[in-house]
Design a protein around this ligand. Structure first.
Ligand SMILES: *Cc1c(COP(=O)(O)O)cnc(C)c1O
Length: 434
């Protein structure tokens, strides 16, 4: 008999929606023209890209020229962070920009002396400041970002940028007041993820954005810019950039039933970035290279579909998560405080359950579950090559033992009561083995 397969790892990758595949298919076959070509095939490819950009811009409530297509979330995050930082440095050498914050290295004398920002939230965590003595500018972020945000920021830190990691509470939430308190005259960028990939925390992006706007107005400056990584948020949350008050926003296809290797960066008009690549005029020179036409078409179709079904999916996912969690408790497989991150509700992605099974080795549990046909993950999917403990669970204060005992179930469109029931039956059997 074929074993029943239950996929509960949607935070790592989603299956391609069949309608997305249908929209993409022609561009793998007859519609192969180079979008830069002047003949009909080229024109049709160009039109497909234009239509995709326009449709996504409408969902973001912005204009198409603010969208740059990339190879995914990682590239978009790198483009946002390195793009802003490098633009600041090259602007320092070329033009005199009166509204640019004072930067260090070469202009050190003009920089105000470094002052430890005073952060609140002393109970749950203290703001950590790292970096070299003389800074090139400051970046503010959180300790629970995806590695594709933390990676480029660490690189900048090595290059002399000052980085402030905001405190997070037990649920992984950022206090917007802490963000404002951490801002200094040389702060150029603040990057806070919209929703966390491991524990599902939904950060108060609109509130943070509003407060940053107020800060800029008060200090008559256009800095700091505000970036958010919305990769996990796209199927469930509002992506209106006006309401969110973000200057930059990252999105990818693979977390919303779209293609892998396709993503975008929204950058508000007036925000200039140094590109990561050079050599062509595609994407207004922001991302040279022949466009991934099928990927772009798939990205737009996927976003349209998930955003249309948002309310229905939220309801369905919340119900199933709640049912799953309650059943785990009722069956005494876990206790009342085994859920890592926020409680199920407005501060948590409705499809995410990150659960500690006390005394159990998470990785072993995962492998037994896989044998039984249930696919989930030990926190972040990126754990395979680097078996380092989750930086997210560590940041919210989980003990090393709790980190090792935690498993992430991320539900999706294929989830049902039946599937969850089957998973519970398997879990019960497996946990008896430990
Ligand atoms: C998956 C993910 C990324 C990386 O996206 P890729 O398309 O795999 O490069 C970045 N941020 C978050 C929150 C993610 O979940």
């Amino acid at each position: 008999m074929k074993k029943k397969l239950i996929y509960l790892d949607h935070a790592a990758a989603t299956p391609l929606d069949h309608r997305v595949l249908a929209a993409m298919r022609p561009f793998f076959a007859s519609e192969f023209g180079n979008p830069a070509a002047l003949h009909d095939l080229g024109v049709r490819a160009r039109q497909a890209i234009d239509a995709s950009r326009k449709s996504m811009a409408e969902i973001f409530h912005t204009t198409p020229d603010t969208i740059t297509f990339t190879s995914g979330g990682t590239e978009s995050n790198n483009l946002a962070i390195l793009g802003i930082a490098r633009q600041m440095l090259s602007a320092a050498h070329t033009t005199a920009n009166p509204s640019r914050p004072p930067l260090g290295k070469g202009r050190v004398s003009k920089s105000p002396p470094f002052q430890e920002p005073v952060l609140s939230g002393t109970k749950e965590g203290v703001g950590v400041v790292a970096g070299a003595e003389t800074s090139r500018g400051q970046i503010i972020t959180t300790p629970i970002e995806h590695d594709s945000v933390l990676g480029p920021i660490k690189k900048l830190e090595q290059d002399g940028w000052k980085v402030t990691y905001l405190p997070v509470d037990k649920a992984g939430l950022i206090n917007p007041e802490d963000v404002i308190r951490a801002i200094r005259p040389e702060t150029v960028l603040i990057s806070v993820m919209y929703a966390n990939n491991e524990i599902g925390t939904i950060e108060p992006i609109a509130e943070i954005g509003r407060m940053i706007l107020r800060y800029r107005k008060k200090h008559k400056t256009q800095y700091p810019y505000f970036h958010t990584d919305a990769c996990q948020a796209s199927p469930y949350l509002d992506l209106d950039v006006d309401k969110l008050h973000v200057d930059l926003m990252t999105l990818n296809g693979s977390k919303m039933y779209g293609p892998k290797g396709a993503g975008l960066l929204y950058a508000r008009r007036g925000v200039t970035l140094e590109p990561l690549l050079y050599g062509g005029s595609q994407e207004r020179g922001m991302r040279p290279g022949t466009e991934n036409v099928a990927g772009i078409v798939g990205l737009a179709k996927a976003l349209k579909l998930v955003q249309k079904n948002r309310d229905k999916e939220i309801k369905k996912m919340t119900n199933l998560s709640q049912y799953f969690y309650k059943q785990l408790i009722t069956n005494q497989l876990i206790t009342n405080n085994s859920l890592n991150g926020p409680e199920i509700g407005e501060h948590r992605l409705p499809n995410n359950l990150n659960i500690e099974f006390p005394g159990i080795e998470g990785e072993a549990l995962l492998l037994y579950l896989n044998e039984a046909g249930v696919m989930c993950s030990t926190s972040s999917a990126c754990g395979l090559e680097s078996s380092e403990p989750s930086h997210v669970l560590e940041a919210i204060g989980a003990s090393p033992q709790a980190v090792r005992s935690s498993i992430r179930f991320s539900l999706g469109k294929s989830a049902s009561r039946q599937n969850i029931q089957h998973t519970l039956t398997q879990l019960k059997k497996i946990l008896q083995l430990f």
